[in-house]
Design a protein around this ligand. Structure first.
Ligand code: FES
Ligand code: FES
Length: 156
């Protein structure tokens, strides 16, 4: 089947097997490997991207379901000038990552969280990110990073 969608501001069209998931389309057909696959069963959040502005687990969405949609991946989050998005900068400054495997999905989920809750308290952050697992268990610094980023993004 043919799938057309906008990814990081660019319209793309690919022929894919109907069983292709959105994360497979991104990684295998568009070489956007910043989006990771951890569990492939919708549990870990490593594959989180934005679909029409909301965070989704891309292993749980078929590519065909994204027809005509706008997708943003971690590669498309910054301003395009090589600068980091405030959430990425906060993760770096607050040491919100260790091995980094969960980080792209964590950042994408956190941006969506702050857009919906501009002044999140610690509980809101922890509950909002409960679908994203960090196997390095660096949750304290992740929460600090999200709260710091919320201030930079206009809330906090
Ligand atoms: Fe999608 Fe784990 S790889 S939720
Ligand atoms: Fe290693 Fe989260 S930083 S899994």
């Amino acid at each position: 089947m043919k799938v057309s969608l906008t990814v990081n501001g660019q319209v793309v069209t690919r022929d894919v097997d109907p069983r292709t998931t959105l994360v497979e389309l991104l990684r295998n057909h568009l070489a956007l490997t910043g989006t990771h696959v951890g569990c492939d069963t919708g549990q870990c959040g490593a594959c989180t991207v934005h679909l029409d502005g909301r965070a989704v687990k891309a292993c749980s969405v078929l590519a065909g379901q994204a027809e005509g949609a706008s997708v943003t991946t971690i590669e498309g989050l910054s301003d395009g000038d090589g600068g980091l998005h405030p959430m990425q900068a906060a993760f770096r400054e607050c040491h919100g990552l260790q091995c980094g495997f969960c980080t792209p999905g964590m950042v994408m989920a956190a941006v969506d969280l702050v857009q919906r809750h501009p002044r999140p308290d610690e509980t809101t952050v922890r509950e909002g990110l409960e679908g994203n697992y960090c196997r390095c268990t660096g949750y304290h610094n992740i929460v600090r990073a999200v709260c710091s980023a919320a201030e930079r993004m206009g809330g906090g």
